[in-house]
Design a protein around this ligand. Sequence first.
Ligand code: GDP
Ligand code: IMO
Ligand code: MG
Length: 425
Amino acid sequence: MSNFVVVGAQWGDEGKGKIIDVLTRDADYVVRYQGGNNAGHTVVIGEETFILHLIPSGIFHRGKKCVIGNGVVVDPAILLEEIDHLRARNITVEGRLFVSDQAHVIFPYHKAMDKIKESRMGKGKIGTTGRGIGPCYVDKMGRCGIRFADIFDERLFEKKLKENLAEKNELFTKVYDYPPFSFDEVFKKYRGYASSLRQYSCNCSVLLNQAMSEGASILFEGAQGTMLDIDFGTYPFVTSSNSTAGGATIGCGIGPTKIDQVIGVVKAYTTRVGEGPFPTELAASDMEFLREKGREFGATTGRPRRCGWFDAVVVRYAAMVNGMNFVALTKLDVLDEMKKIQICVGYTIRGRRVDVIPSDIELLWEAQPVYEEMDGWLQDTSNVNSFDMLPGKCKEYLGRIEELVGVKISMISVGSERTQIFMVD
Ligand code: GDP
Ligand code: IMO
Ligand code: MG
């Protein structure tokens, strides 16, 4: 029995939802360990498309258990909506969905703060999803956050919410010229959520460690991607959690010794939603083809994704910070019609060749990609189901990626559907 962490190697939306859905066959538990409903993970099963924001992408396998870990920030209204949405499509979660009682809860004031901060930053904005993720993590670290265990306890919740609103309403009204939040309204609404969600509550660490001691295998589902990690990403144009593999241990209370493998999900090119440096970004007219063929529109906000060539500097760095054992390569089919394909093998910054992402964001803004050009394969790969069947030029492209990144590609995805995937070897 093995425990796998699945992480995004770029700026998110690499196709983690699809890979998790496929790998769930071999797991007993699927666990989200960070982020919140800023994530949008797509699973396509036949004619049906599901987009999950909070519930792990293993939920489509009946009998598998899904856990929202302590490291996730949870908007209870969205979680309840997601449960209802699944139920309407005949997928029930009772008895197999668990939510850590240590997970922090997103409140309306977090969402308001997210939007106010963004609008005040003007041109320098981060381009957040506006879901209140950052402000909720700020409260967590500031030790005034409210957790599920707190909203289940009426008196404790009353005290904590009053304290929070006393301070936050001053800020909203006096600094931001924004209307205050009513204690009664928020309290009543969240006590309602508490009573609906209590049945799913668990101690995540105890649940998973017990399951592992009984031989269960666990799949840890990363959200976002390495370049959006609060420490290792393109700070400050990042999300507010550790989306890299290390986040899995603190995000659900398991020790690092319990992780056997890390799989990095890598898109065959690069995309990014939101603001921030993106060295291989194509000019607007050139990215149109990738955006249309790859359907690169945000699964959460619907925003068009910025598109660009494969950046080996980014993925090599992701391989290092995540301790990646294997790559699951996605969206290879999107490149089928390209005559020429560029791979970024390094950057030039202020006249110097650089092979590692600089920490100074000003330098990263100036990074000019150094490209190697390869011939495209100009053949449809969407029906390919083994490595041997891939066109020769396509194998060359994959080989070059492996060489540059230093990690073996073990799975290749050639379409959004569940079945459009094959193992290498
Ligand atoms: P996630 O956030 O990493 O789970 O990725 P998203 O779901 O936000 O975005 C990935 C998109 O690509 C979704 O629309 C998937 O259905 C789609 N997708 C996943 N793998 C493939 C693939 O191999 N080929 C194509 N064409 N689409 C894919
Ligand atoms: P999945 O799990 C792509 C981006 C936002 C913004 C930045 C900060 O589907 O890959 P936040 O709302 O988190 O404070 O926004 O992070 N972002 C994502 N981009 N995929 C995601 O999730 C993302 N989650 C957040 O666009 O640039
Ligand atoms: Mg996504």
